[in-house]
Design a protein around this ligand. Structure first.
Ligand code: ATP
Ligand code: SKM
Ligand code: MG
Length: 193
């Protein structure tokens, strides 16, 4: 989801793995002559943005040794999964309240689907919009190969809530979940599935 830490955690993972890092939103912006995501939505609409997103994912799916931070909405188009399945997909599962807190702190200028129109409280508005998006696409995130639940990490490490979990802690959990996924794949192959 937007603000879940895909860019922050993805950069850490790419550093640890010695892989290249790519951010889909940045590549889409480059493919439209440097037009920002917010401007692309305004000028050409969401459908055009989604087409560009699929093109970018297709190109990235042909590459090796890279970490990709996808756009939060990439999960909504089945064709995107065909490309994402060329690699290992990781779902950063962050409670909506924590997402709303982060987004309220940085603003919604670069996130057109959350852009604040009313003059209400930024946290409440972000939470309402995130909740609507979650209802529409929450299930789609579960298609990912590995899930990194901040709530589960907090329980495991004895933190009171998820807000004190650092990006490095989250990246370590991502590596553990990826390892678990790869082990399951190996076990299935050995068992002949
Ligand atoms: N573990 C964390 N704890 C607190 N703040 C964080 C954490 N990870 C990221 N942030 C902050 O949350 C905001 C969103 O992070 P980031 O840009 O990495 O998310 P994203 O999933 O890439 O968002 P987008 O979908 O908009 O590209 C940033 O301001 C970042 O500094
Ligand atoms: O969740 C979404 O649908 C989006 C997330 C961002 O990363 C951008 O890809 C864009 O703002 C749409
Ligand atoms: Mg990002």
């Amino acid at each position: 989801m937007m603000g879940s830490g895909k860019t922050t955690v993805g950069k850490i993972l790419s550093g640890v793995l010695g892989y290249s890092f790519f951010d889909c939103d940045t590549l889409i912006e480059q493919s439209v002559d440097g037009t920002s995501v917010a401007e692309i939505f305004k000028l050409y609409g969401e459908g055009f943005f989604r087409e560009k997103e699929t093109e970018v994912l297709q190109k990235l799916s042909l590459m090796r040794q890279l970490v990709v931070s996808t756009g939060g909405g990439a999960v909504t188009r089945p064709i995107n999964w065909r490309y994402m399945q060329k690699g290992i997909s990781v779902w950063l599962d962050v409670p909506l309240e924590a997402l709303a807190q982060r987004i309220a702190a940085v603003g919604t200028d670069s996130r057109p689907l959350l852009h604040q129109c009313e003059s209400g409280d930024a946290y409440t508005e972000a939470l309402n919009r995130l909740s609507t998006l979650w209802e529409e696409r929450g299930e789609a995130y579960a298609n990912a190969n590995a899930r990194v639940s901040l709530e589960n990490i907090a329980v495991k490490l004895g933190h009171k809530d998820v807000s004190s979990l650092t990006p490095v802690t989250i990246a370590i959990e991502a590596l553990e979940q990826i390892e678990g996924f790869l082990k399951e794949e190996d076990d299935m192959a050995i068992a002949g599935y």
